[in-house]
Design a protein around this ligand. Structure first.
Ligand code: GLY
Length: 353
């Protein structure tokens, strides 16, 4: 795998995701959206562009297209939205030789990707990520899906979905210029995680280089473990507490903001377990809190016992309390973490406030 100038417009990086017959390119750089047509499979005759009101990013897939808007916010990320998209696809006669194009952040690419995965049992999809979080995480790697609403143990986030790799992904850095500060923070939360997955000095890179490197790291992990049988779980570094915080704060903390807190928590937990030293914990604060200026504090209002219970239910847990933790051999999946250690790390973190 390599980050190269793919011979498209100058300054663009092409990151290849090698997955046999599901391989694809991710184009990263300013103006990358103008190369969208080069990622659309040659047999495609028409496109269904899925986006949201307010995104306002116009793209040219190089074939005739229709534009379909989906609602904004987690409340619209459910099967009903996929059904109405499929009805729209039926109305315009989208065939299995056509393409879905998701233009938006993680919600749009998750929903558009899932609709593409089930329409005619699966048609090509290309993503145009319009947020930093989408560029470094959601649009890459083929996880698609929607929430199953329900608060009585019969629902949850991203519970219905499919692994459905895109035919290509566009990360146009020009789109980041108008990104609202909160959306940018959320992207930084996911970006910060990559600092600990490899030894790369991401802070020494310019923005294009850094985003391309994050995409490359994700591509490497996904190429080795497409369906999360093992190593792909490392991409959930910081996410176990983050998911619990999102639920506990009723999404007052957005995903990337919660990941920022979760990364620092993971460092405290690794420290409690004797896996890393003080210096490495400080490095987590330095990257997350100083370099990306993210809030690393545990919100005052959260109850530690409830967080513990929620983390036990995290769908990424393989058995009991399982975390992705740093250690002498780098970041790895650590099963069998005791409740006592989890609570001690929460206390240690709260004491930093
Ligand atoms: N966002 C984590 C993954 O794609 O596996």
């Amino acid at each position: 795998m390599s980050v190269t100038d793919g011979g498209r417009r100058s300054g663009l990086r092409t990151v290849h995701v090698p997955l046999a017959d599901r391989s694809y390119d991710v184009l990263v750089g300013r103006g990358a959206r103008h190369e969208l047509a080069s990622l659309v499979p040659p047999t495609v005759r028409r496109a269904a562009i899925v986006t949201q009101p307010g995104i306002g990013v116009e793209v040219d897939p190089g074939v005739p297209f229709d534009v379909f808007q989906i609602g904004t916010g987690e409340d619209h990320k459910h099967l009903g939205t996929v059904e109405s998209l499929c009805r729209s696809f039926a109305r315009v006669g989208l065939t299995r030789h056509d393409v879905v194009i998701g233009v938006g952040g993680g919600m749009v690419t998750d929903v558009a990707g899932f609709a593409a995965a089930v329409w005619h049992r699966g048609i090509p999809v290309v993503h145009v990520a319009t947020t930093l979080l989408g560029m470094v995480d959601a649009a890459i790697g083929g996880k698609t899906g929607v929430n199953l609403p329900g608060g009585n143990g019969d629902g949850g986030k991203n519970l219905v979905g499919a692994f459905w790799q895109p035919s290509g992904v566009v990360c146009d850095l020009d789109l980041l210029a108008t990104l609202p500060p909160r959306e940018r923070r959320c992207g930084y939360g996911e970006m910060a995680k990559y600092h600990f997955l490899t030894g790369d000095d991401l802070l020494a890179m310019d923005e294009t280089e850094r985003i391309a490197r994050c995409v490359q790291i994700k591509a490497d992990v996904v190429a080795g473990d497409e369906r999360e049988g093992g190593r792909r779980a490392l991409l959930n570094y910081g996410h176990t507490l983050a998911h619990a915080l999102e639920i506990e704060t009723r999404h007052e903390l957005a995903h990337g903001e919660a990941v920022a807190v979760g990364l620092v928590y993971a460092a405290h937990l690794a420290h409690v377990l004797g896996r890393i030293d003080d210096e490495r914990v400080r490095q987590h604060y330095d990257v997350v809190g100083r370099a990306y200026e993210l809030d690393t504090r545990l919100p005052d209002s959260v109850d530690h016992a409830r967080l513990l219970a929620l983390m036990g239910k995290d769908k990424k847990a393989l058995s009991g309390l399982t975390f992705v933790l740093d250690g002498p051999d780098g970041v790895e999946v650590v099963p069998g973490v005791s409740s006592e250690a989890v609570l001690r790390a929460l206390d240690a973190m709260a004491a930093e406030r």
